[in-house]
Design a protein around this ligand. Structure first.
Ligand code: SF4
Length: 239
């Protein structure tokens, strides 16, 4: 099959037609890709990461057409969207034709690809996951991998200093993250924005033992107090 045809296909998990959360300040459609190179214990839709069948990009974009006029942006999510480097470029061309902004949510482990795509101005907004306190050992405890930690740190510094609109996101999870972890993460993130999302238990969570764990009332209170005095922090899904 010609290369051009190959890059026009992607493993695709679905579309969320409308979201006002994923691309801050904008109404977007979210394209979810399948597949991920990490195994985060708190991943809430791990089953969806299983690769099933390839879909033509043109079919994905055709589905998006009905949202034109309502949305002003597209957000690419996963799994890990940067697995599909070439699809990103094609989606950007389509977004430009339709006067839409393009954002991506990434785990930051594909440093080379991120750097290349940012240089080509493919993304108008980047959200990057922070999995743990900044150490290889902590990163491995949560994601299962340490080899990609260096790439993640390079992506983190690249994005933080890029001037591209961005935010960092952490899924605070009982037993995996302490208040000290979150404080140390925010020291590295500041003055960029840090979104602290609350772990959502459920059947799809990779490590089911996490479903039984709860944050203590004291932890939540202290975290909220900490967030209150740090303007760069936004708490999400805590009320
Ligand atoms: S949480 Fe994100 S990075 Fe982690 S395994 Fe799930 S999809 Fe991959």
């Amino acid at each position: 099959m010609p290369f051009e045809m190959l890059i026009m296909r992607a493993y695709f998990a679905g579309i969320q037609d409308l979201s006002s959360i994923d691309y801050p300040g904008h109404m977007c459609s979210v394209i979810f890709f399948q597949g991920c190179n990490l195994k985060c214990r708190y991943c809430y839709n791990f089953k969806q990461q299983k690769i099933t069948k390839k879909t033509y990009l043109k079919d994905i974009l055709e589905k998006l057409k009905k949202n034109l006029g309502i949305i002003d942006s597209i957000m690419l999510s996963g799994g890990e969207a940067l697995i599909y480097e070439y699809s990103m470029i094609k989606i950007k061309e389509w977004a430009k034709e339709h006067d839409l902004l393009l954002g991506v949510e990434t785990n930051g482990t594909f440093y080379g690809r991120l750097k290349k795509l940012m240089k080509k101005n493919v993304f108008d907004f980047v959200a990057m996951d922070i999995k743990s306190a900044f150490s290889k050992e902590e990163y491995k405890k949560i994601t299962g991998f340490s080899q990609v930690y260096k790439a993640f740190e390079k992506s983190f510094e690249l994005l933080k200093n890029s001037g591209i609109p961005h935010e960092f996101r952490i899924t605070a999870t009982p037993t995996l993250h302490s208040l000290d972890d979150i404080k140390s993460i925010n020291e590295r993130v500041f003055p960029s924005k840090l979104i602290i999302q609350r772990f959502q238990p459920g059947e799809g969570v990779l490590d089911k033992s996490l479903n039984k764990e709860l944050f203590s009332a004291d932890f939540i209170k202290e975290l909220k107090n900490y967030a209150k005095i740090h303007e760069n922090i936004e708490m999400r899904f805590w009320d």
